[in-house]
Ligand binder design. Sequence first.
Ligand code: S3P
Ligand code: PEP
Length: 458
Amino acid sequence: MSTASSPASPASAAHGEGASVPATALASGPLNGRVRVPGDKSVSHRALIFGLFAEGVTEITGLLEGEDVLNTAKACAALGAKVERLGEGHWRVTGVGSRGLSEPDAVLDFGNSGTGVRLMMGAVGGQPVTATFDGDASLRRRPMRRVLDPLREMGVAVVAEAEGGRLPLTLKGSVAPTALTYETPVPSAQVKSAVLLAGIGAPGNTVVIEREATRDHTERMLAHFGAHVSVEPHGPHGRRVTLEGGAKLKGAPVAVPADPSSAAFPLVAALLVPGSEVILTDVMMNAFRTGLIATLKEMGADIETLAERSEGGESVADLRVRHSRLKGVEVPAHRAPSMIDEYPVLAVAAAFAEGETIMRGLAELRVKESDRLAAVADGLAACGVSHRIEGDDLIVTGGGVRGGGPVKTHMDHRIAMAFLVMGLAAKEGVSVDDVSFIATSFPSFLPMMRGLGAEILA
Ligand SMILES: O=C(O)C1=C[C@@H](OP(=O)(O)O)[C@@H](O)[C@H](O)C1
Ligand SMILES: C=C(OP(=O)(O)O)C(=O)O
């Protein structure tokens, strides 16, 4: 990979797994300012991977330069793309075309990133190459069978795998992948995307059926790069996606909007800290990503949508957020895919709300960078917040939050950021044991929060 400045090393190596960086967020005065959080992580991974597969040049602006995405960039380079960093967030990928992947000569290390590794397993699975995939201790614990099962049906050979279908594992891609109709057993955009990416090289139609619709960035990007893809509703909350095989992708420009999952942290902080008013610019408002905003508005949040517009094929808006008194609500299970990464920070908002907030259907939180259901519950307990888990539901009883900690973050960026946000509004502040993993998705989190007025000691 040729870069104007050198990218970070893989997350697993960078962290040395044990080099923890503790931090404390103190009860804060009002947060004020106008900020743009970094580019969307889902769109950034996909822009690079589609750039790899496309013929010609894909120019990307606003790319998230977090460790997760940098690891995907390295993998694209190892698979034959020319990947250049032209400036901050400005990258150029010269692709290899649909059948031109090179066999990598080293292990592809995806660090902490489920999206990077699962999407790339699909991409490689549809190509006649063999590659070994690995990641850090957190990623090695996460389930990969959800992707391996459909890929095997498409003709991909799993040459080696760790116990339980986990990383490290080696895949031998299929010379002629079988077109598959697959109903995903779990609501997962990563599984859907892996199957669709493998289906690019298949001769017939690849169909993915979801009972609960998940983020649609892969479908949108397939169309943007010239593939034929159609989407129909399926049942009350689902969708059926059909990709015509044999697509020849053509390089295309991608402008990455600000990540709503990162915006969630300053947004909730502004709601919780008295006197705050913050404007978040260019936030992606894709309907499959806005469950948190809908939920917070039901809780009474003052979130004003300014200047909603379409940019690079996505709806984006500036959001004006003011301190608000929140009340507890019930969040239905079918909303979970549209806010799956936002539950840790929603649980923090719920801790300050009047009454109970009931979050239903959170089984998928157990298989993220950490078991987020357990990590959130333990963090709430460490900060004196009353809560309970009933099956897959989390119920938080709000009130004055004592804070304290130290909260264990378990190699999970979202747990670290959520509890630092809690500390800004809690009586005693909140300490977390490790903020180093925040660099996977939101490397500018600490300076950006400090710029808004937050006091976070690290
Ligand atoms: O496709 C994606 O970009 C993502 C899908 C989600 O994971 P699942 O597919 O496992 O739900 C989400 O948690 C992750 O941060 C990004
Ligand atoms: C779950 C997440 O990411 P990934 O699955 O890509 O590791 C996340 O960013 O919250």
